[in-house]
Design a protein around this ligand. Structure first.
Ligand SMILES: Nc1ncnc2c1ncn2[C@@H]1O[C@H](COP(=O)(O)OP(=O)(O)OP(=O)(O)O)[C@@H](O)[C@H]1O
Length: 326
């Protein structure tokens, strides 16, 4: 798989503690890459460097094999800015014609592309309306249309669903998946963890201008199989003296004085979880429920964001954070 974006210690500083520093990351072609972080983390600054709107202070980058700043890159990328604003005296169609003209697209091909992208973003019936009469969500849909217009292989979308209602967000997630199927690479800045969990192949978390964690969503959230058991009839020491041939350690996460407890164990597979289940029952414990522990991206996000400014958190590895996000 080739690499669409490669950055090497890319840096832009606006002052102490703002901007982004030393960002090294790699985005494979054909991926949806999620770029996450709390407000002010430096996500938009990073994207603006990649699309050529601001110059880095230090570091290097290659976009589609071309060095950052190369004119050809602009032909190959689509960009939806976080703060979008279009000529509100024009109609949606006219805005797109203007953008097509800037991109060197004309004639019947242009008209065909305009019809196609307006249809893709759900504005097919609103093409003759002036942008000033558009709702914020419709304007953002127009922004998507502008980004897609020249059919670029690489898209930078900065908070692309921020103005959309739940249905609109759903539509856009479907569109993202379709674009990936068509082979596009998508760099997605977002706060919507639902989007990240459902469409992103890899993610990077930015806090205070630095990358704190990076990897596939699956590896970040589930570096190990942890199983939970909700039980009744629990007593401290009930499993004492029991010899465990597999060396599994069962931890008590929570227990009350009526014998209710939540237990957890790291297991290699479901069979091992079933074996623990049988063991508990053998000891006279009632198992009400059991299943794998689900870590949600939100827990991750909060744990990383709370560590803002803490260099020690930055040095912890991803698996370590996933085991103990707090
Ligand atoms: N042109 C600028 N001049 C001075 N400071 C800036 C400028 N642009 C951004 N910053 C600062 O850099 C930091 C990162 O801003 P940036 O907009 O990149 O963050 P972000 O992660 O995209 O935030 P949000 O999620 O709120 O959009 C902030 O502290 C911001 O105030």
């Amino acid at each position: 798989m080739s690499v669409a974006i490669q950055t090497d210690r890319l840096t832009k500083l606006y002052g102490p503690g703002s901007g982004c520093r030393g960002i090294t990351l790699s985005v494979k072609s054909g991926q949806i890459f999620g770029f996450l972080g709390p407000n002010g983390a430096g996500k938009s600054t990073f994207v603006k460097m990649l699309v050529g709107l601001i110059r880095p202070d230090a570091g290097r980058a290659e976009i589609l094999g071309l060095p950052l700043g190369h004119r050809e890159i602009r032909r190959q990328i689509g960009y939806l800015p976080e703060l979008f604003r279009y000529q509100d005296w024009l109609t949606a169609e006219e805005v797109l014609r203007f953008h097509a003209q800037l991109g060197g697209l004309g004639g019947e091909r242009r008209e065909k592309r305009i019809r196609r992208v307006l249809n893709d973003v759900g504005l097919a019936g609103r093409t003759k309306e002036r942008v000033r009469h558009f709702s914020k969500g419709m304007q953002q849909r127009l922004g998507w249309a502008c980004a897609l217009l020249l059919d670029p292989p690489l898209l930078f979308l900065d908070e692309p669903s921020s103005a959309l209602d739940p249905m609109g967000r759903h539509d856009m997630r479907q569109l993202l998946l379709r674009l990936r199927q068509e082979g596009k690479t998508i760099f997605l800045n977002t706060h919507l963890l639902e989007d990240v969990e459902s469409v992103c192949d890899e993610v990077a978390f930015l806090v205070n201008g630095r990358i704190r964690a990076q990897g596939t969503v699956e590896a970040l959230l589930h570096p190990e199989l942890r199983w939970e058991f909700e039980v009744g009839g629990w007593e401290p020491g009930i499993l004492e003296g029991f010899t465990d041939p597999a060396g599994i350690s069962i931890q008590v996460v929570e227990a009350d004085d009526r014998g209710f407890a939540r237990l957890q164990a790291v297991v290699t597979d479901r069979e091992q979880a079933g074996w623990i289940n049988a063991l508990l029952v053998e000891q006279g414990i009632t198992v009400y429920a059991s299943g794998p522990v689900q870590t949600h991206l939100e827990q991750w996000f909060l744990a990383l964001a709370e560590g803002e400014g803490g260099e020690t958190r930055g040095s912890r590895d991803v698996a370590d954070l996933a085991r103990d996000p707090a």
